[in-house]
Ligand binder design. Structure first.
Ligand SMILES: NC(=O)c1ccc[n+]([C@@H]2O[C@H](COP(=O)([O-])OP(=O)(O)OC[C@H]3O[C@@H](n4cnc5c(N)ncnc54)[C@H](OP(=O)(O)O)[C@@H]3O)[C@@H](O)[C@H]2O)c1
Length: 337
């Protein structure tokens, strides 16, 4: 395996910054790192481990001599630059929603379907953050006892909407504490001290785009076209860490103890589930961690084959940058870069 020449598109963003950290933390076999963002950031210097790197404006020439391009600059930038990067010979791992549902683009969670990457045509899509943590937690159970239906409600952190949303929450919270009025910019309503039952825009079927991504992406990753899924996604005034309440109907009954045992022995999962000491996953303690945390595992009182659980993960890491770097690691292991 040769060392990889890497570019990050969106290097100044929340996900891009996690890319930089995670590549270093995991000693990704890199021979060079190009930092790309919009023209507004050209010339900025950002920390790369103990060194500094200079940010360049992204153009169609930016990908010459690059083997791996990690994209996190939104769907528009991905549509513009991914074909250019592929043309220049790079493999693109894309964090945006631009290509996820395209038939010839693998949508990969390395704990579940790494072999789907074998058939890539230059672009591999990283799933949506709320989808990744849910499938990591549910797939090990599905392998033992097929899941028929999932009803999931999400409580999503503002970092899922990028750096401007993080600032909006902080600014609104301090203004409101001082008794001042606030005007929302990133979200349609005030996010501080509030809960918004809207993540992304609404579709004709009444679901939000985020909710529909959870439905479609889960089926694609798990290769389960007939799986029934319904989701309600809410934005909550939390900085980092998405939480989810998943109500899962299996083919046969599943004992909570059996589910706990399966999850405790599954890659990338930590079970925090001890009601006697109020132990369950929290967004606050998931921040900065790589794992998906699962707890509150209990029988569903409304269905004999049902389980209910609480699933939490760092949306910027496993929900975005970490999963993408793990995909890149699979690609190097499989000689696909
Ligand atoms: N945040 C999450 O939890 C999460 C999870 C999964 C997927 N994603 C996806 O990852 C992407 C980025 O999210 P984020 O949270 O990192 O957003 P962010 O903090 O707002 O950062 C956006 C980044 O993209 C760059 N950018 C924007 N437009 C560009 C353009 N036309 N050309 C070149 N660079 C451009 C920005 O550069 P400047 O600084 O120069 O403006 C910045 O580096 C989005 O597609 C998002 O849906 C995010």
């Amino acid at each position: 395996m040769h060392d990889v020449r890497v570019a990050i598109l969106g290097a100044t963003g929340l996900v891009g910054q996690e890319f930089v950290k995670i590549l270093k933390e995991r000693n990704f076999p890199m021979s060079s790192l190009r930092l790309l963002a919009s023209g507004a950031s050209a010339g900025k210097r950002i920390l790369v481990g103990n060194d500094e790197g200079e940010v360049e404006e992204t153009t169609s020439e930016s990908f010459g001599g690059i083997d791996l391009a990690l994209f996190s600059a939104g769907a528009g930038a991905s549509r513009t630059f991914a074909p250019e990067a592929v043309k220049a010979g790079a493999v693109v791992v894309d964090n945006s929603s631009a290509f996820r549902m395209e038939e010839d683009v693998p949508l990969v969670v390395p704990e579940i379907n790494p072999e789907d990457a074998d058939h890539h045509h230059g672009i591999i899509a990283n799933p949506n953050c709320s989808t990744i943590q849910m499938v990591v937690a549910l797939y090990p159970l599905h392998r033992v006892n097929l899941i028929k239906r999932i009803v999931v409600d999400t409580y999503q952190a503002v970092s899922g909407s990028g750096k401007e949303a993080m600032e909006e929450l902080a600014n609104q919270a301090s203004a409101l504490m001082e008794g001042k009025m606030v005007t929302p910019h990133v979200y349609p309503h005030q996010i501080a001290f509030n809960v918004l039952p809207q993540v992304d825009v609404f579709l004709d079927n009444g679901y939000s785009k985020e909710e529909w991504k959870l439905v479609q992406e889960t089926r694609k990753i798990m290769h389960a076209d007939g799986l029934k899924i319904s989701a309600t996604c809410a934005r909550v005034p939390v900085h980092v860490g998405h939480s989810e309440a998943a109500h899962v109907e299996f083919t046969k009954p599943m004992d909570p103890g059996e589910a706990r045992g399966i999850l405790e022995n599954s890659r990338g999962i930590v079970v925090f589930d001890d009601l006697d000491i109020n132990l369950y996953p929290l967004a606050q303690s998931a921040e900065g961690r790589d794992e998906v945390f699962v707890g509150r595992i209990r029988s569903d009182a409304s269905h004999p084959n049902g389980l209910v659980m609480w699933i939490v993960s760092d949306n910027l890491r496993k929900g975005a940058a970490l999963n993408a770097v793990q995909i890149a690691e699979e690609l190097t292991k499989r000689n696909l870069i």
